[in-house]
Write a protein that binds this ligand. Structure first.
Ligand SMILES: [Zn+2]
Length: 332
């Protein structure tokens, strides 16, 4: 496994190089990653400054590049295999539920066409009733982070309405109102735009910004074996971002056939990392110290676990064989 890798950013920037060098996440940072409450804050302030070699203002990255870096970092640190809970098949029209291993390299990333303008426009002629042009741009991850903390977008059930919030981040101008505030945009959506036009606006913006990581990957259908089946890998969902940020802690998920709350999943992930580190340290008779492992990439720990587990199994087999030989062939 490579320790570092070059990646091409999707967008063009004035102050950020077009190619970045990223290195794998260290075990000590994986512990923080599992334990920390805010994924975005942790990535922007701790993980990315550590794993990206170039000097970058990460808040200025467009959201699609942030997701793209997270995907590359995920594959570099943990490998491309991902466990999904459902597979959708167009050939036999079945959705199969269970735990399936899929490959994240099958999730395509669509480059931005060269002729894409920085500011895009939805013409007033697209709407049924609304009579103003709407201008928008891609949101930066810094803007998304601010939006996630903005009281304006909290719904009655205390959850952030991220779809609405993202839309407001993107819109720069409605009619002749330049640099329009989030509050004014919400006011227009609520009081001056019919629901059908709001849906049209969302559909057109989605269509015009359909680049970056796709939301599905390809895999084999467990039933009809078609290789065109798909699994969901939303860039900002379970696929990389920790699920407990998007769901409440008492919501459950199935892990290895057992229902667990997200709180339990986090706890288990945390304990697994500690257990693996201690196991290596013991199996190596302290030749490999837990402290040293903490400062190494995740795959170094995984490799040691694999080789020591194998060694232990072989040792057990030898002991067992020696035992059965003695039983079967008594000394003459
Ligand atoms: Zn099928």
């Amino acid at each position: 496994m490579a320790i570092s890798e070059k990646l091409q950013l999707l967008c063009k920037y004035d102050n950020i190089p077009s190619e970045l060098t990223i290195s794998a996440i260290l075990t000590e940072d994986e512990l923080r990653y599992v334990g920390d409450e805010s994924f975005l804050d942790l990535m922007l302030t701790v993980i990315l400054p550590k794993v990206v070699a170039e000097d970058v203002d990460f808040y200025k990255l467009f959201e699609i590049d942030f997701n793209w870096i997270c995907r590359c970092l995920r594959i570099l640190s943990f490998g491309p295999i991902y466990t999904t809970n459902s597979i959708f098949c167009d050939s036999c029209h079945n959705t199969t539920y269970g735990e399936y291993k899929v490959n994240l390299n099958s999730v395509k990333c669509i480059p931005i066409p060269d002729d894409t303008p920085e500011i895009m426009r939805v013409s007033k002629h697209e709407f049924i009733d609304f009579d103003k042009d709407i201008f928008f741009k891609l949101p930066t991850i810094g803007e998304i982070q601010n939006m996630m903390k903005n009281q304006l977008f909290i719904r009655k059930d205390t959850v952030i309405d991220a779809l609405l919030g993202r839309l407001c981040c993107m819109i720069t101008c409605i009619g002749d109102q330049v640099d329009i505030s989030d509050k004014s945009i919400l006011d227009i959506f609520k009081n001056k735009m019919i629901s059908a036009d709001y849906q049209i606006l969302r559909a057109i913006i989605n269509q015009m910004t359909n680049f970056g990581l796709e939301s599905c990957g390809k895999t084999q259908c467990p039933r009809c074996k078609s290789i065109d089946a798909t699994f969901i890998a939303l860039p900002d969902d379970r696929y990389y971002v920790r699920p407990w940020e998007l769901h409440s802690d008492d919501q459950t998920v199935t892990v290895a056939g057992v229902e667990k709350t997200y709180r339990e999943v986090r706890q288990q992930l945390y304990e697994n990392i500690i257990d693996e580190t201690l196991f290596i340290s013991r199996a190596s008779e302290s030749a490999v110290s837990a402290d040293w492992l903490m400062t190494q990439p995740i795959f170094v720990r995984k490799k040691y676990v694999e080789s020591f587990t194998k060694e232990l199994q072989e040792r057990e087999k030898t002991v067992k064989n020696a035992g059965s030989r003695r039983l079967g062939q008594p000394n003459r």
